[in-house]
Design a protein around this ligand. Structure first.
Ligand code: CTP
Length: 409
């Protein structure tokens, strides 16, 4: 049975071309057992008719704030109290801006402003990729995230305007899955998770560094999913451009040494440690105090030393969490992953191919998960979907006896 069964979902539709997907969204929500009511902005009615949504939701559609008929029955206060969750799909840049500043100039923004604290507010943004990246939209998104809204997407791909980029609304099937997750029982309630993510930077001089192509997206997705499943997540992150996942507490670091220190500071009470960061394996032996000047055509040699292996260090602690490592490989995936599992004494290793269109900067991934007695393949999906699937595997393999494991080496 779907976690949405019996739930009351208020679908808000604002004026974007992705509104044409909302009848399918309504149908899928109802198939999952939810009751759906629809509120449309004036602009939304230019893209799809209220009658279509009335037919698919089997409920009257609300469009006006000051509507005599509606005020007698389902006015903005009633609607906001009725809902278990409000999903705004598509959420345009304009709608996000109005929500961020607390405008109440139509029915949808007004009811969002008077939602009870228990009611989930979820946005599925859809807009041109330049609008999504604009400073004002980024600031509005961050404001809304700090207020506890749930953001579903957007995704990368071809846009209605003919351009390609990040700004497409998530497909209805993904939106329903994302909403479902918010109602799933909290698998990791109160358990401490420590997750590393992103690249590290190893300074050569004050302006140059050694690093790698990790975007941090996989680690951030795992942090978001673990947090949504009730875990208390500490995210130790190298430099990324990603917003902090809701509910996670984030420690920013730059170098492998800083990441190690931050991890060792908080690892003590952790139940699960997931090392998703692409930590540099080497750093310059010395960092030049001033910018290094080139010397004619002469070649230059950089002398490197190994960084500390954070994952192996945590795995070797006498009182340690359940330890999960990552293996990003371009060849011999299984052999290399199993070498890491055994060599570093891990409880689990998560392997993925890098290169091609998967891996570091992609929104999708595909994973192969190995542990001592088994393995599971997680086929290509969004990093967030994979994060949930991975956490389910971890939940099934976690020892039953509560917090950190006592390991005798
Ligand atoms: N890791 C770490 N500290 C390091 C290096 C890696 O915690 N200094 C962790 C990563 O977060 C990841 C796993 O170890 O979970 C990757 O293992 P690693 O052996 O470093 O893989 P690669 O860097 O790909 O190197 P190689 O393939 O040469 O073993």
């Amino acid at each position: 049975m779907s976690a949405l069964s019996g739930k009351r979902i208020l679908l808000g539709i604002s004026g974007g071309i992705a509104a044409y997907k909302t009848p399918e969204l309504v149908r899928r929500l109802r198939d999952a057992g939810a009751t759906v009511r629809v509120v449309m902005t004036q602009a939304a009615t230019a893209f799809i008719t209220p009658l279509t949504l009335q037919a698919t939701s089997a409920n009257p559609v609300h469009t006006a704030l000051l509507d005599h008929a509606a005020e007698a029955g389902m006015g903005h206060i009633e609607l906001s109290r009725w809902a278990d969750a409000v999903l705004v799909a598509p959420a345009t840049a304009d709608l996000m801006a109005r929500l961020a500043v607390g405008m109440a100039d139509d029915l949808l923004t007004t009811l969002c402003l008077c939602l009870p604290t228990r009611t989930l507010l979820c946005l599925a943004p859809a807009m041109n990729h330049v609008m999504w990246a604009a400073g004002a939209t980024v600031a509005n998104r961050d404001t809304l995230l700090t207020r506890g809204i749930h953001l579903f997407g957007p995704t990368h791909g071809k846009q209605a305007c003919g351009e390609t980029g990040l700004g497409r609304m998530e497909e209805p099937i993904q939106l329903v899955a994302a909403l479902e997750r918010l109602f799933v029982p909290k698998l990791f309630a109160g358990q401490q998770f420590l997750i590393t993510a992103g690249p590290t930077r190893e300074a050569i001089d004050p302006v140059r560094f050694l690093s790698n192509r990790s975007s941090g997206k996989m680690g951030y997705a795992i942090a978001a999913a673990a947090s949504a499943l009730g875990a208390e997540v500490t995210l130790v992150s190298g430099p990324t451009n990603l917003p902090t996942p809701q509910g996670a507490s984030r420690i920013n670091v730059v170098s492998a040494k800083e990441m190690r220190d931050a991890v060792l500071d908080v690892v003590n009470d952790c139940r699960v440690f997931i090392a998703c960061a692409a930590v540099a394996d080497y750093r310059p032996v010395a960092t030049a105090p001033q910018k290094i000047k080139k010397k004619g055509e002469q070649a230059m040699t950089l002398v490197l030393e190994r960084t500390e292996d954070i994952l192996a260090t945590v795995s070797g602690l006498p009182r340690r969490p359940f330890v999960v490592g990552f293996a990003a490989e371009t060849e011999n995936l299984e052999t290399n992953a199993l070498d890491k599992l055994q060599g570093k004494g891990l409880d689990m290793v998560v392997a993925n191919w890098v290169g091609g269109d998967l891996g570091f900067e992609s929104d999708d991934n595909a994973l192969q998960v190995y542990w001592a007695e088994g393995q599971q393949i997680l086929p290509r999906a969004s990093k967030l979907d994979l994060a949930y699937a991975l956490l389910e595997i971890i939940a099934n393999r976690l020892p039953a006896n509560g917090s950190p494991q006592l390991i005798t080496h």
